[in-house]
Design a protein around this ligand. Structure first.
Ligand SMILES: Nc1ncnc2c1ncn2[C@@H]1O[C@H](COP(=O)(O)OP(=O)(O)OP(=O)(O)O)[C@@H](O)[C@H]1O
Length: 212
């Protein structure tokens, strides 16, 4: 069996003196899609931000490829892609400029590749329009284009289906499955009824916490 990319051991997170989760342990294996589930306020976004290294309000252990994530920080950040529940798009910039900004810190990518990715998310003809003139779904698609040029093995995706139409949802689902088939791992939160073959789940908010 493949080694886990990411392991959480007895994670606990408290916010405003309320325990969001405790004794939460799971492994994220290559070749899997894992959905974080739970009602509003149960801590899905918080957990994803903890996994991405964007929230320090937790205790327990996080391992990256078998070693403490804190000692592997650079390697972890190089191999992880996080998309937050807000599209994170700058309204004055065009989709091409935004996508270039989303690639910051990675190998430079030619404009042609950025434009092809935007085409691939249905934004052909909108690449050079300021994002403030795009719809909510189109702005989300600018951020999603990042997935089409992602080579990071671990994707942490918070509510990426928000504002996306049925065709777009099907395309994202296919992309998640493709990433897993290529040996990557995806952790996703969504209120959309996501059902993928073999999908794992982490249940928050009073349910069982699955050992994946
Ligand atoms: N920065 C913060 N400071 C204090 N409490 C916070 C902070 N961020 C979130 N919380 C609290 O943590 C709890 C979990 O929030 P979180 O956004 O993780 O839930 P969620 O499961 O993603 O919810 P939703 O399904 O509504 O998106 C909420 O009660 C929220 O008020």
């Amino acid at each position: 069996m493949s080694e886990p990319l990411l392991q959480a051991v007895n994670l606990q997170c408290e916010r405003d003196k309320r325990i969001l989760f405790r004794d939460l342990s799971f492994s994220i294996l290559p070749g899997t899609v894992t959905r974080v589930e739970g009602p509003n306020g149960s801590g899905k976004t918080t957990l994803l931000r903890i996994l991405a290294g964007l929230n320090d309000a937790w205790s327990g252990d996080l391992l990256w490829c078998g070693d403490s994530r804190s000692t592997q920080r650079e390697d972890f950040l190089r191999n992880m892609l996080y998309l937050g529940h807000r599209p994170g798009i700058k309204s004055l910039l065009t989709p091409v400029e935004n996508l270039r900004a989303l690639m910051a810190g990675r190998q430079p990518v030619p404009d042609r590749v950025l434009r092809e990715a935007l085409d691939g998310t249905g934004l052909a003809g909108f690449q050079d329009v300021p994002c403030r003139n795009l719809s909510a779904g189109q702005q989300r698609r600018v951020a999603l284009a990042r997935l089409l040029i992602a080579d990071e093995p671990l994707w942490l995706l918070d509510e990426v289906f928000t504002a996306i139409d049925a065709n777009g949802v099907a395309a994202i689902e296919a992309l998640l499955q493709q990433r897993a088939a290529e040996g990557g791992a995806v952790v996703v939160t969504t209120h959309h009824d996501l059902r993928l073959p073999g999908m794992k789940s982490i249940e928050l908010g009073g349910g069982q916490n699955d050992e994946c």
